[in-house]
Design a protein around this ligand. Structure first.
Ligand SMILES: CC(C)=CCC/C(C)=C(\C)COP(=O)(O)OP(=O)(O)O
Ligand code: MG
Length: 385
């Protein structure tokens, strides 16, 4: 893509600015699905490299007291390390995700490998886990580079960058004249290169409907990033109801809704679109994201920058201490989990084996995410305000 004429406000300027590189952990055999009639899901087989794993450790010191969450069903350090090793190789050799050699360690410290091992216990092989890990690394790179001030992101200029980021997974259909410019734009930034590459790997094992679902959920994520950027730009903490609306978009949802593709099966699009299924997806995704609010509050307070989250929104609205607000936020999280489990149980009882497996997949992600956050206490997160 041609460099912008000096003095113009080319909307892609943030993309072309030399990215400041994150310091410290950042904010984490191709078996394709059979197409056509929805097959019975293969019995979940442990990936070829995975010895029988012990359940995740439950050391209480790493958990937020009173946080209700199903237990993770699989933790496997050796498998997580293998995923991390392959992820670093991809990041360095295929996409040049973090040009600074020090960032290789930070990518490992983020431990995307343990996240996907915890959150996708039914993945049939390591290729499926890698598809989830690359997407997670790319998603975090977009958040870091375009949204996080400390990595060169901005609050009020993220919209244009995120539109280009969406085209990395939802290709722009240009005229021949502009195709090369678009491709050069995608190749010019590590976050765009990583999302484009991760999507190509995901497309190889997902159905077109599952890829379309993912593109929709990422577009909603970016809507949430823009809403957050708008409030940060105004130093405005929204009312709790508005915050929860924003956080349903700025949300781990794109990680949860790939559970079937990463598991090697498909919940048909018509079933996925059912309102009750959408409710289960939203409740589990919201709980997962509020879990992050709780574990990352102290880190965000320590940044010294304006930020907001569920605890701070509650504290502002109810004029209570952050400690009291933190406890109220825990109650919101727990109510979300209970509501999800009730909805999932109803769907599992009536929706057939694929539905039951998908609901279990959402629960697995919720549980694994909590375990991943608890495992990062002391490095990235803390357990109290
Ligand atoms: C990986 C992914 C799809 C994230 C989407 C939403 C998101 C960025 C979070 C839930 C975490 O955001 P945050 O900026 O709070 O990150 P940390 O608290 O630093 O983990
Ligand atoms: Mg956070």
């Amino acid at each position: 893509m041609k460099a912008p004429t000096p003095g113009t406000t080319d909307p892609l300027t943030p993309l072309l600015a030399p990215p400041r590189l994150p310091s410290g952990p950042t904010g984490l055999g191709t078996s394709s699905l059979r197409l056509g009639p929805v097959p019975e899901p293969p019995a979940p087989q442990p990936p070829e490299a995975a010895p029988a794993a012990e359940p995740a450790p439950q050391s209480s010191s790493q958990r937020i007291e009173g946080l209700y969450c199903p237990p993770a069903v699989r933790d496997d350090r050796a498998l997580a390390d293998e995923v991390n090793a392959r992820l670093v190789e991809w990041a360095e050799k295929e996409v040049d995700l973090y040009p600074d050699t020090d960032l290789r360690d930070d990518l490992v410290a983020f431990d995307a490998g343990r996240s996907v091992v915890l959150c996708h216990p039914d993945a049939p092989d390591i290729d499926h886990l890698m598809a989830a890990a690359r997407l997670l690394a790319g998603e975090n790179a977009v958040d870091d580079y375009f949204c996080e001030v400390q990595y060169g992101g901005t609050a009020n200029r993220r919209g244009a960058a995120l539109a280009v980021a969406q085209s990395a997974i939802d290709p722009a259909h240009n005229t021949q004249r502009y195709e090369a410019d678009w491709r050069a734009g995608l190749a010019s930034h590590p976050a765009l290169r990583s999302m484009r590459s991760a999507m190509e790997y995901f497309d190889a094992l997902a159905t077109p409907a599952q890829s379309h679902r993912f593109r929709h959920d990422i577009a909603n994520l970016y809507l949430g990033y823009n809403a957050e950027g708008d409030c940060i730009d105004q130093n405005r903490t929204p009312a709790v109801w508005e915050y929860l609306v924003q956080r349903q978009f700025n949300n781990f949802r794109p990680c949860l809704t790939i559970t079937d593709a990463v598991g090697g099966y498909e919940l048909p699009a018509a079933l996925f679109a059912e309102p009750a299924v959408q409710r289960a997806v939203a409740l589990s995704s919201n709980a997962s994201t509020i879990c992050n609010d709780l574990y990352s509050l102290r880190k965000e307070q320590a940044s010294g920058r304006f930020h907001y989250s569920l605890p701070t929104a509650i504290a502002a609205e109810e004029e209570c201490s952050i400690d009291d607000a933190f406890q109220k936020a825990i109650e919101v999280h727990n109510d979300l989990v209970h509501s999800f489990e009730q909805q999932a149980a109803e769907l599992s009882a009536t929706g057939g084996p694929l539905m039951a497996r998908f609901m279990a997949g959402l629960s697995n992600w919720l549980a694994g995410n909590h375990e991943w956050h608890a495992g990062n206490v002391g490095t990235r997160y803390a357990t109290s305000p």
